[in-house]
Write a protein of this length. Structure first.
Length: 199
């Protein structure tokens, strides 16, 4: 038993032409839904790729952070060398300098960049950490006076901020009673020992 499904038979089975706009609207809604699902799938794929790329790029962050102490020790060792060193000690110091340069080169080759602001450079809270303020310097207020410890960033992401001393903004600051210097260390404290904890 076979039935001949002619267009007329289909119209009779499915309804009249009055159902056509409703069917077209349903088809359009389904098309939009499919496009939304496709866009969501594409966004999920891109997000997963981006996260995977970030994971690869920043996978060495902990390892790099552990090596920063080594770089700091090289810097401290070289800073403490007297100017009049001669003989075998001089060769040893040259070796330490070469090792320090090789470490910095390895850092740079892997995207780890040193943050070492110059004197007078504007304080950047995204890259610097103010350890103290110092008034009465030749540096503009808010500028870096001294770097206590350089910072580092990995491919633009901060690994460690540079620890700096910043020129104090004292121009419009109210003076305490008696005209005492608000930045002076307490009696019995070492000079320069006060730390600004307001940040």
């Amino acid at each position: 038993m076979s039935e001949d499904n002619t267009p007329a038979d289909l119209d009779a089975a499915d309804g009249t032409d009055a159902d056509a706009p409703a069917l077209l609207a349903e088809v359009q809604a389904l098309k939009e839904q499919v496009l939304r699902y496709a866009a969501d799938a594409e966004n999920t794929k891109r997000r997963a790729e981006r996260e995977m790329n970030d994971a690869r790029a920043y996978a060495i962050t902990k390892f790099a952070r552990d090596l920063l102490g080594v770089a700091d020790n090289f810097d401290r060792a070289l800073a403490s060398v007297p100017a009049d060193v001669d003989g075998p000690a001089k060769n040893f110091i040259v070796g330490v300098e070469m090792t320090s340069k090789a470490l910095q080169s390895a850092f740079e080759n892997n995207g780890l960049k040193k943050i070492d602001p110059a004197k007078g450079e504007k304080f950047d809270p995204h890259k610097h950490q103010a350890m103290m303020e110092q008034p009465g310097t030749d540096v503009e207020p808010g500028g870096v006076i001294q770097v206590l410890q350089p910072g580092y960033e990995l491919l633009g992401r901060l690994v460690r901020p540079a620890m700096v001393v910043v020129a104090a903004k004292v121009a419009g600051a109210p003076k305490p009673e008696g005209g005492a210097n608000p930045y002076a260390a307490d009696e019995g404290a070492d000079a320069g020992g006060s730390v600004d904890t307001r940040a």
